[in-house]
Design a protein around this ligand. Structure first.
Ligand code: AVJ
Length: 327
């Protein structure tokens, strides 16, 4: 049963989401080194392009994580325990989550958190129908900010955050610790974190995953400009920005950029942004952490590592952490 607001957002909430988007875009484009927040990739078209990326030969990440979930979902669900409230960051269509929900008979409540309201409520409706014993409480919010959890019918025995998809990699180490600290606070004593993260690997493998032959990743990258044009009344000539992705070994991250092919002026509403030829907008960081990096990040935030599951090639890890000082 859905007890959350399974209806379109009120108009004022929509307006403020658009105002937030505009403010974030302008702040990023006015910075000395231009950047855009990667959370804005996922409008309807962007989410579809990302789905297509996950099906590419070069992009092993999603299918590797899914295989780990398929293989060990039952054990993971067992760790959640009875009467748990499971909170998911960036839930999308909750494909991986089904491998947990289907294995755990006694999860009390599931709180999918996503920025994209319409998609979230649609997915929540479907889940509520599939799992009638689980209370589904969708929360349209940015999980990187402090969350106000919806109340559930029964008091949860523990709260566990599920943060799959290696989205943690989109945060710099400092921001990742901050996010995990908020998470430890949100879960409280006895709480847990089930985190899926891509691991360090061969450079050529990484490079190919972000420079696929079909150019789907390039289209995904450029789509953020298409979205800005549509939602913020901008006039980006999208064809004049080239996709560039590379592994920055010193920083341990993939970087995606959009490189201006010539000197040009772009308007975002009333604002005017100048681009030099060759100037780039950084659109994404995707850090590839090691297990020991992840252990340290989590420890700095108040979590201790309890269990890890990996694929044979050690391309991807799913980690279970517990709040330090909990039961
Ligand atoms: C969804 C954040 C895991 O960093 O690999 C895919 C998004 N960017 N191709 C990633 C993405 C380029 C992705 N995550």
């Amino acid at each position: 049963m859905i007890t959350g607001p399974a209806r379109p957002l009120p108009l004022d909430t929509r307006k403020s989401a658009n105002a937030q988007f505009r403010a974030d875009v302008l702040r990023g484009l006015r910075a000395p080194a231009k950047r855009l927040p990667c959370k804005y990739f996922y409008d309807e078209a962007g989410s579809e392009l990302f789905e297509r990326i996950t099906e590419l030969d070069e992009y092993y990440l999603t299918r590797t994580e899914l295989a780990i979930m398929e293989r060990h979902g039952r054990e993971m669900a067992g760790l959640l325990g009875r009467g748990c409230m499971l909170i998911e960051y960036g839930s999308g269509s909750s494909t991986k989550t089904r491998l947990l929900l289907g294995q755990a008979r006694d999860i009390a409540a599931y709180v999918p958190v996503d920025l994209s309201g319409e998609h979230l409520y649609r997915a929540a409706q479907a889940l509520a129908e599939e799992y009638p014993n689980i209370e589904v409480l969708p929360l349209c919010a940015d999980f990187a900010r402090r969350l106000a959890l919806p109340g559930s019918r029964s008091r949860p025995a523990r709260r566990v955050v599920y943060f799959p998809g290696s989205t943690i990699g989109n945060f710099t180490p400092g921001r990742a610790v901050r996010l995990l600290r908020l998470t430890a606070e949100l879960c409280g004593p006895g709480g847990g974190l089930l985190l899926g993260a891509e691991l360090q690997k061969d450079l050529a493998v990484l490079d190919a995953a972000y420079n696929d032959r079909q150019g789907v990743t390039a289209a995904f990258n450029r789509n953020i400009l298409v979205r800005i044009n549509r939602e913020l009344g901008a006039d980006f000539d999208v064809g004049q920005f080239a996709h560039r992705a590379f592994y920055n070994a010193a920083a341990g991250r993939i970087e995606m950029h959009l490189v201006s092919q010539r000197k040009q002026q772009v308007h975002v509403g009333d604002a005017e942004i100048l681009f030099a030829a060759g100037e780039s907008i950084r659109t994404e960081y995707s850090y590839k952490y090691t297990s020991s990096d992840l252990r340290d990040l989590a420890l700095a935030a108040g979590f201790e590592m309890e269990k890890v599951w990996m694929d044979e090639r050690k391309y991807f890890g799913v980690y279970y952490f517990r709040v330090v000082g909990g039961e």
